[in-house]
Design a protein around this ligand. Sequence first.
Ligand code: HEM
Length: 446
Amino acid sequence: MPLAPDPPPPLLRLDDPALDLPAALDDLHPEHFQRGLVPVELEKGVSAWLMITLYCLQHVLKDERYYARDPRAWRDLGNGTIPDTSPLHALYPPRRNALSVDGAEHTRLRAALTGALEEVALHHVTHEVSQTADVIIDWFCTRGEADVVSEYASVLPLLVLCRLFGMDQHAGLRVGMAMQRLWDGQADAAHAHHQLQDLLLGHAAHRRTQPGRDITTGMITRGLDDEEIRDQLALIMAAAHDPIAHAITNTLADLLQTSRLHMVGSTWLISETLNHGIWHHPPLETLVGRFPTVDGLELGGYRLARGDCLVMGFGAAQRHQLRTAPPSPSNRAYPVFGMGPHGCPRLGRDIALATAQTGVERLQQRLPDLRLRENDTPRRASTVIAGRRALPVTFTPARPLTPPETHQEDPWTPSPAPQRASASHSTTPPPTRSAFERLARWLRLI
Ligand code: HEM
């Protein structure tokens, strides 16, 4: 490939709310796919390269010598090109977690983290998902209608992860409430961030005195201090929550739209639909980034400069692979889990798939006549996360397995819960309260 004249003009603005990235990439000239990367802007004046083929992703992600993961290597972030007011600073601050450092520090943190994930057996994950799913479904099953995105798929993965961290239900819901305020970017987002940090730090300290069979204890035994554990737990939640939530929603939407949810042998069907969905609609469309550590590297016929920003275009790369070399139906080697030294740990991937699959299965078992309320389910306007904004469903109202007043005797809820005003099962909750808060109130934990 001849070297292109540089610098090339950006082809796409990734922060454009009107941009339909998959459609825009499909319309690109085939030459861009031969090159494997396209010049883009993350926001006005902030250039980056979007990697759009598997070959390009593999080349870069497997080469930690010439491509750093640590955002401190991102030239424009450090030299004032990206203004202090840009949200990019809040999204990519220097962090001390495995995904944000390189070299020996990365090796040490990743070893502790992956070792700690080994503490969690997969059958245990499935059990936790079923139990957690039952509590959430109990909360809305008498109503006969729900929004799968906000009331189920966005709640389940975070509560399951908190269980795997060794937290009780109350602590998990408090983490969820703080996370929701952060995601919503409400006025008190900074306060929510500190609260979340305190909750995770407090949990690490608690597990140090009362160890268990969980991810937190696993990191303690592998020598991490409480602050390091706090940062790795926050990483897992940030890396895992949204993609699992959208894998659940996409799978359910696919099954409901094709009226296949009620077919016999649904465990196999759900697993295949999940697999198909992750290939065709990967829950992560893009992710920042990699940063060349030297000047003058050549990639796809472009000359890169040290500190340039490379964005992983998982959605584009997977769609390109489906067009050019379709994987066999049993292939689970999805590029969307990354690759190379920073790739998603095998157990992270397994936990994600088990959570998504069991989450869909349990909902189908508890509410077997689930139907879509609207055929058109709006997609989320994001060039990062590929998912739906809402998935309204209806179903025949069902009895809760465990009414809220008996939850306090459940071993799943070790901390005694203060009694407060009760919430009705059937009223529409006030929109300002997050699902985590409404669930906590229904369980009478706050
Ligand atoms: C559908 C769900 C998930 C997706 C799509 C996903 C995707 C990814 C990707 C693409 C990376 C690599 C990023 C990069 O190279 O810059 C990554 C890293 C990571 N993931 Fe996942 N992940 C998921 C679920 C999980 C879960 C459930 C866990 C843990 C329980 C987890 C733990 C991690 C960790 C610790 C890293 C950082 C590894 C390192 O830097 O060495 N992920 N994930």
